[in-house]
Design a protein around this ligand. Structure first.
Ligand code: NAD
Ligand code: DAU
Length: 333
């Protein structure tokens, strides 16, 4: 299949592009705006994959989309502004990418009658104290990030309802693994621990996330692309439900550091307490997670330890300024 992977230079999109090109022999075209989170280095091993093409452009730019989509049979959309804290300090770009961008892609799919898969998040359901969300749970997002992701999901559903476009939505829980930008909890804590920087834990550290290894999410999205029913949403939850402080302690153990590095900091405004997804529906399509959290975390820590070529330019660039602004302290060199 020839696939347009939007946002394929980011964390999850690059794993998905690699998986489809290497294991499924798909021809992959990546369209990516290369924001601070998107990096061509994430795709460098795909340069020689048959039919691989990289197009630098935004999903809200109809001309760039028309160029990238030529000859493709399906669109999988990962492109998004993805960090909750950045959505709180500067929501505007979240609206442009999530709303205008998704709309532009849906129009391109409609014009060409293409299959369309939207990559979404458990955060659209909001927080849940007990039990798990199913696909029929009401959408109740809390942050500008999750609200714009929920808005995009509703727009996608409307294109099936109104125009009969063959869409599906995949809602994943918190992903982790190699190539994740270090603004997110796990890579941030791993790199700070490796450098001896304090580990900033929000609030009481008891917020719970449902950790999913990135390759498991990529395989779930492929399953939904191939076998998901038109107009349906599929939850994809990971096997590792864990309070943040427990994740941080495991990282300290894996990096050989002690708990004196933990620093409790001011909580995120509107911080969702717990996410939890019931994934029975995607399991009926034949998917299940392969990676246990303890194994995936070990593999992730090893990857960051061995791949300083990847994170060194990040820690000395935009991220350093972002970190100082957000946490009010400098990173060590
Ligand atoms: P990421 O921030 O690592 O990557 C996002 C990519 O999108 C980057 O390459 C960026 O350059 C690109 N992009 C941003 N705006 C764009 C635009 N306007 N046009 C074209 N490209 C643009 O994000 P990620 O963690 O890989 O997340 C990918 C998708 O998966 C997102 O839609 C996110 O909402 C969803 N998701 C993420 C998680 C998670 O835990 N990271 C979990 C569930 C769902
Ligand atoms: O649930 C899926 C979502 O997971 C995705 O849709 C988002 O794109 C992705 O960013 C992620 O959102 P979270 O807000 O859950 O992830 P983040 O890594 O930012 O934070 C995870 C938890 O760790 C959360 O409870 C906040 C906490 N945290 C985070 C940071 C960055 C800290 O305690 N300290 C920190 O410095």
């Amino acid at each position: 299949m020839k696939l347009l992977v939007c946002g394929g230079a980011g964390f999850i999109g690059s794993h998905f592009a690699r998986l489809r090109a290497r294991e499924y022999d798909d021809e992959v075209v990546v369209l990516d705006k290369l924001t601070y989170a998107g990096r061509e280095e994430n795709l460098r091993d795909l340069a020689d994959a048959p039919g691989f093409r990289f197009v630098h452009g935004a999903i809200e730019d109809a001309d760039a989309v028309a160029d990238a989509v030529a000859g493709c049979e399906a669109i999988v959309n990962f492109a998004a502004e993805t960090h909750v804290d950045r959505s709180i300090s500067g929501p505007e770009v979240f609206l442009t990418t999530q709303m205008n961008g998704t709309w532009t892609l849906l129009e391109a799919a409609r014009e060409r009658e293409l299959r369309y898969v939207q990559v979404s998040t458990d955060e659209v359901y909001g927080s849940i104290d007990e039990g798990s969300f199913t696909e029929t749970s009401p959408l109740d997002p809390s942050s500008p990030y999750s609200a714009t992701k929920a808005g995009a999901d509703l727009l996608v559903s409307s294109y099936t309802h109104t125009y009969g476009l063959p869409t599906a939505i995949c809602r994943g829980s918190n992903n982790y693994g190699p190539f994740q930008y270090p603004e997110k909890l796990i890579p941030l804590m791993v790199l700070n621990a490796l450098h001896g920087d304090p580990l900033p834990v929000y609030g009481d550290g008891m917020n719970v996330r449902n950790w999913l290894y990135v390759e498991d999410f990529g395989r779930a999205i492929g399953t939904v692309l191939e076998r998901g029913a038109t107009g349906e949403a599929y939850n994809v939850g990971g096997p590792g439900e864990c309070p943040n402080i427990e994740v941080v302690r495991r990282i300290l153990e894996l990096t050989g550091r002690d708990e004196s590095l933990i620093e409790y900091v001011t909580d995120r405004p509107g911080h969702d307490r717990r996410y939890s997804l019931a994934s029975d529906k995607v399991r009926t399509l034949g998917w299940e997670p392969r990676m246990r959290f303890e194994d995936g975390l070990q593999r992730t820590v090893d990857w960051y330890r061995e791949n300083s070529w990847w994170w060194e330019p990040i820690r000395s660039g935009e991220y350093r300024a972002y970190y100082e602004r957000h946490y009010g302290r400098a990173l060590r060199d």
